[in-house]
Every structure is written in structure tokens, then in C-alpha cells.
Design a protein around this ligand. Structure first.
Ligand code: ZN
Length: 101
């Protein structure tokens, strides 16, 4: 996916369409997304051997990661007032490139 480096779109501060520069914001790595028990179980399942211990079926390595896509936001900075606002685009597999037109 390609995104132009400059977009002409609505600025909520100027209340009109102006030119905006585009920057991609990726979600930061989340900390502590799992509970303590889940982290412990995941640690026990690491490595070789039977990963189906501790009362659960074997989990193959790929299944430990649930999401294969990322949510990506655009940071639009108005060229007239210099203020910026966000615009979210949907889930993508690859990070889109910014193309200068
Ligand atoms: Zn503006």
C-alpha cells in the first residue's frame, strides 16, 4: 500500500480543506497484555518437548501469536496552522510506504 506524502484534507482547527503532511504511527508494543498466569503458562510451554503439559492441548508456535496484522494510524499535520490530528486506517499486513508525488 502506498500513501502520498502530502494530502489535501479537512483540518478541524482551520475548519477547511488544507494541505497536510503525512506520517505513519505504528502501535507501540503493549506491555503486560497477558495476566500473570498466562505469562507463566507461556514460559512453561517454551522450548522443546511436549507443549501440551499443564492441562492444555499442545500449542504450536504460530498459534501463540494471534494477530497477523497491525492497526496503523496516520498523523496529519496541517501546513497552515501547524496542528496535527490523527486518521486511522484499517489493519494492514505490511507497513505502507509514503510516496512523494
Ligand atoms: Zn489547520
Amino acid at each position: 500500500m502506498k500513501i502520498p506524502a502530502v494530502i489535501r484534507t479537512f483540518c478541524p482547527y482551520c475548519r477547511k480543506h488544507t494541505e497536510h503532511t503525512v506520517k505513519i504511527i505504528e502501535p507501540s508494543k503493549q506491555r503486560r497484555s497477558l495476566s500473570k498466569g498466562q505469562r507463566r503458562a507461556e514460559r512453561r510451554r517454551k522450548g522443546h518437548g511436549n507443549h501440551g503439559r499443564y492441562s492444555k492441548r499442545a500449542i504450536s508456535q504460530w498459534k501463540l501469536r494471534t494477530k497477523t496484522t497491525k492497526k496503523i494510524d496516520l498523523l496529519l499535520t496541517c501546513k497552515e496552522c501547524g496542528k496535527s490530528h490523527h486518521r486511522s486506517i484499517k489493519r494492514v499486513k505490511k507497513t505502507p510506504e509514503i510516496v512523494k508525488v
